[in-house]
Design a protein around this ligand. Structure first.
Ligand code: HSE
Length: 298
């Protein structure tokens, strides 16, 4: 069998709506081999569809179709470490596992850029799938059917602490609350900050991050969907975050912190959440995953 390891991702990074994302060192594992029937199971107790509606299977079938082949069936075993519907790219990880695995089973007909474009067509936006495939910090744009993207490393001075709440928020719902149009002032506000975010994460300019996470495209409309958002946001600044924003479409909240302060920050945050009665929230200290998805033969 082959094993595909796919990282969690945090999209948007505040100002970079639908265009910026980072890969994180929290991984789903998927074992896959071609078969005559559909045989899908999990190594954990996460409930997933076990028929052709399974997202990994569906994505694999899309790659086969792209290559002019019909997928006869597949044996898939999942280990789901990325929490579902929490803004950490769980659905993108399934799509990426499906198409990368299928591509390998067919002898690698598509290159990495083709895979990013296909994954984006399935997901609808590139800011999770591109970093899941390429690793690091990825800036991306869609032009027609193709995605143009570049991956750069994130400075070693920065770590990421994620606050994962005990409830889900579906991306579809989080997108439904957004306006259809924005003013030129709001567009410029976000354009300038997303450019600043990319350059600051890459170069390690820490003081810029507080401004770079600010945004007028999605966060003001989504915060209200996340219970206790204000408490967690305020706490993160009291504890010394460099910048805090909604991870992807939420409900996870992500803080950028100085590497040397990251462990103490995470411990203090856990204690504060517990003292506020928010014990259901998980706190994880993560760093960027530089390499993106990988395939192993087992
Ligand atoms: N850019 C997307 C959004 C990410 O904010 O809706 C969703 O995972």
């Amino acid at each position: 069998m082959i094993r595909i390891q796919v990282p969690a991702t945090s999209a948007n990074l505040g100002s970079g709506f639908d265009s910026l994302g980072i890969a994180l060192n929290l991984f789903n594992q998927v074992w896959m081999e071609e078969a005559d029937t559909i045989d899908i199971s999990c190594k954990d107790d996460v409930q997933v569809p076990i028929d052709e509606h399974n997202l990994i299977y569906w994505a694999a079938s899309q790659l086969y179709e792209e290559c002019g082949r019909k997928l006869p069936g597949m044996k898939i075993v999942q280990l789901n470490n990325i929490p579902m519907a929490r803004g950490l790219g769980s659905s993108s990880a399934c799509i990426v596992a499906g198409i990368l695995g299928a591509n390998r089973l067919l002898g690698t007909p598509l290159d990495q850029k083709d895979l990013v474009s296909l994954a984006t067509r399935i997901e609808g936006h590139p800011d999770n799938v591109a970093p899941a495939i390429e690793g690091g910090l990825v800036a991306s744009a869609i032009e027609g059917e193709k995605v143009y993207s570049v991956s750069v490393p994130v400075s070693e001075k920065i770590r990421f602490v994620v606050f994962i709440p005990p409830f889900e928020l579906k991306t579809e719902k989080a997108r439904s609350v957004l306006p259809d149009t924005y003013s030129r002032a709001d567009a410029v506000y976000n354009l300038s900050r997303s450019a600043l975010m990319t350059a600051s994460l890459f170069s390690g300019n820490l003081e810029n991050l507080r401004v770079a996470v600010q945004d007028r495209i999605h966060q003001p409309y989504r915060c209200g969907l996340i219970a206790n958002y204000d408490d967690v946001y305020r706490m993160s600044y009291e504890l010394g975050t460099l910048g805090t924003c909604v991870s992807g479409a939420g409900p996870t909240i992500i803080s950028m912190v100085k590497t040397e302060e990251a462990e103490a920050f995470a411990q203090a945050a856990k204690a504060r959440l517990s003292s506020k009665g928010l014990d259901g929230w998980q706190v994880k200290l993560l760093h960027t995953e530089p390499d993106g998805a990988q395939i192993f033969i087992e």
